[in-house]
Design a protein around this ligand. Structure first.
Ligand SMILES: [Zn+2]
Length: 315
């Protein structure tokens, strides 16, 4: 049961119609079911080519879903996928969605040197840009892996021409997160004084803790009303929530991979109901891409320098 704090009337707002004045941000991390961090210990990257791919069929289901709801999304594309399925990435772009970068090899940034991160990012951008003939400006790290020890990656993203990032989850988690980081978009100032817009995935503050409400596993495991309640709280503040999903999350028939119980729970819970939940969410709220959101400018966020993020990290 969710604690009744911060706003005891919050659940009452569930009954209210969405105001539709706020357009939330819809994003997809375009990768296949065997490439996720939960299975990284069971599936080596050299074996990716041996797994039966389901990314094309699942991505087409998402594209058709978005067409039905007349909504566009930002697709953070894995470079490996763009290399092997260029027609799919081109189709995503041609159907009006934004194409952005989700690295090439889906390795956590903390496992890379700065030079390796730069090379991986360039390889991904080359593959994506060759596939879709479009320059990407947005980045999302694999497994939300911009953490206190890998903030240097943001400097490299600016140097490589990115204008926004959506990789810092302001929560406490066993794999990632900066719990004290801002819950709202802000400008991160790099060590060279340049600015990168950071879009944290959606959270709600409950009993002093940030709880994830952005999609993915939480969207499948928590009841749907929790996500809808969180989104209405964003609307009450006239702010967009950042939502994300993976193509494999609407695929209950994907091959099963043996892994730890925790990994299997994270990956396989409620796959069968995700499509209907997604349809419900898209009926209940308005969404757009990061690019569309930025074009609505002028972009009015509170500048937060590195000292703010540093303060969050040292909390
Ligand atoms: Zn991913």
């Amino acid at each position: 049961m969710l604690p009744q704090t911060e706003n005891s009337n919050a659940f009452a707002s569930l009954a209210m119609e969405s105001s539709h004045s706020v357009k939330h941000i819809l994003s997809i991390d375009l990768e296949d079911y065997f490439q996720v961090e939960a299975f990284a210990g069971s599936v080596s990257r050299e074996d990716w080519d041996r797994f039966p791919s389901r990314v094309e069929a699942n991505c087409h289901r998402l594209l058709d879903t978005f067409d039905r709801h007349n909504v566009k999304a930002t697709f953070f594309v894995l470079g490996w996928i763009a290399q092997r399925f260029p027609a799919l990435v081109r189709e995503v772009h041609e159907r009006g969605h934004e194409v952005a970068c989700h690295s090439y090899w889906h390795r956590k940034i903390s496992s890379l040197t700065p030079a390796e991160f730069r090379a991986d990012t360039r390889a991904a951008c080359d593959a994506i840009q060759q596939a879709a003939s479009v320059r990407v400006t947005g980045y999302r790290a694999p497994t939300w892996s911009v953490t206190p020890t890998s903030l240097w990656a943001l400097d490299i993203l600016v140097e490589e021409g990115f204008t926004y990032d959506s990789s810092i989850f302001p929560i406490q988690h066993d794999l990632y997160g900066i719990p004290g980081a801002s819950r709202y978009p802000y400008f991160h100032t790099t060590s060279h004084g340049e600015r990168l817009l950071e879009f944290p995935p959606a959270t709600v503050k409950l009993v002093g803790r940030n709880m994830p409400a952005a999609g993915g596993g939480w969207f499948r495991i928590f009841p749907l009303f929790y996500t809808k309640w969180a989104f209405r709280r964003f609307e009450a503040e006239n702010r967009p929530a950042v939502f994300y999903l993976h193509p494999w999350e609407i695929d209950p028939d994907q091959p099963r991979i043996s892994a730890s119980l925790k990994s299997r729970l994270r990956h396989y819970t409620n796959l069968r109901s995700t499509q209907s939940r997604l349809d419900d969410l898209l009926r209940s709220f308005q969404f757009q891409t990061f690019k569309e959101h930025l074009q609505e400018g002028p972009y009015d966020v509170s500048p937060a320098g590195p000292s703010d993020l540093q303060a969050a990290i040292t909390q």
